[in-house]
Design a protein around this ligand. Structure first.
Ligand SMILES: NC(=O)c1ccc[n+]([C@@H]2O[C@H](COP(=O)([O-])OP(=O)(O)OC[C@H]3O[C@@H](n4cnc5c(N)ncnc54)[C@H](OP(=O)(O)O)[C@@H]3O)[C@@H](O)[C@H]2O)c1
Length: 288
């Protein structure tokens, strides 16, 4: 089976490319400059040329706060373009894998969100991603893979932001302690995508690393692993207002993933260790 990755220049796209290459899978990886998924005609042409068995859409509008003022663009990339991919997948009988997010939930739950839990996004980004999930189901065979709190070598993320703060000499660090979720290392997610697809799953699957924690817990672990003497203090979301509302509790249940693959999700602390040892000096000062 051959794979087509769209948005292959992004944080997940690049790690998925590596995961497929490591396993000797056949794939074509196209970044935005190779294939703009909002162009229906080109999407159709490229998919018919490549004739993949599976399309993994890693392309997305991911600026959560900016989306509040840019909902039309977010919808064009995260939803309408997914319709084009679904149509193209149908033309060549391919499986369409659409990556989605914990932000489709409102965070009012107190136990992990099952794949069938009702969705109710709080933000423009979350709404656009939910529309994208609906669009993906127009493919005859679709897999919606929701994940959360990603960090990896190839994109902006929380670990990078904390390191930047440390590099700037911020001490103490103030980090929100009233949002719970599951941080996920993107190479672990890439492995999970390959496992779930090769396991023949369709429908909705959640993949996130374990265990659950708050951003404050996550920051404390980063500081501990870096071995720097920085004080981390818990604060509330209200003390750090952002344009887009985030769910207070967005812990994804990975039960279905575990049933399908027989594998327990990896540990984000292990992922963090790998990330910190492979992505440059631990707390380099800012460049002047
Ligand atoms: N990051 C997270 O914490 C998180 C959490 C849960 C779910 N997710 C989901 O995971 C998926 C991958 O996210 P990511 O973190 O890898 O995002 P990312 O690093 O922002 O990558 C997205 C890629 O899509 C590209 N892209 C944007 N518009 C495009 C278009 N019209 N045509 C083709 N490519 C386009 C971007 O290119 P440019 O950079 O050139 O715009 C970028 O390379 C997304 O579906 C996201 O919603 C992310």
């Amino acid at each position: 089976m051959s794979w087509l990755i769209t948005g292959a220049g992004g944080m997940v796209g690049r790690d998925l490319r590596d995961a497929l290459a490591e396993r000797g899978e056949t794939f074509v990886a196209l970044s935005r400059s190779d294939l703009d998924i909002t162009d229906a005609r080109i999407v159709d042409k490229v998919v018919r040329d490549v004739r993949p068995g599976v399309i993994v859409n890693c392309a997305a509008y991911t600026k959560v706060d900016a989306a509040e003022n840019d909902e039309r663009i977010a919808n064009a990339i995260n939803a309408s373009a997914v319709e084009f991919l679904a149509d193209a997948a149908n033309a060549v009988d391919a499986l369409l894998v659409q990556l989605s997010t914990d932000f489709v939930f409102d965070g009012a739950a107190r136990e992990p969100y099952d794949v069938n839990a009702p969705t109710a996004p709080l933000s423009a980004y979350g709404r656009s991603k939910l529309l994208g999930e609906h669009a993906a189901t127009h493919a005859k065979r679709s897999l919606i893979l929701r994940t959360s709190w990603l960090f990896g070598a190839h994109g902006p993320n929380f670990v990078k932001a904390i390191r930047n703060q440390i590099g700037k000499g911020t001490n103490p660090l103030r980090v929100v302690n009233d949002q719970r979720g599951r941080p996920t290392y993107t190479p672990h997610l890439a492995e999970a995508v390959v496992r779930v697809v090769n396991g023949g799953a369709t429908g909705v699957v959640h993949y996130a690393d374990g265990p659950e924690c708050t951003w404050f817990d996550f920051a404390r672990e980063i500081v501990a692993q870096l071995g720097v003497g920085i004080d981390v203090r818990p604060v509330t979301t209200d003390e750090f207002p952002r344009p887009a509302r985030r769910p207070a509790y967005s812990v994804l249940s990975t039960e279905r993933y575990e049933r399908i693959t027989g594998v327990t999700p990896a540990s984000w602390q292990e992922g963090l260790r790998e990330y910190l040892t492979t992505s440059g000096t631990p707390h380099s000062p800012p460049r002047l």
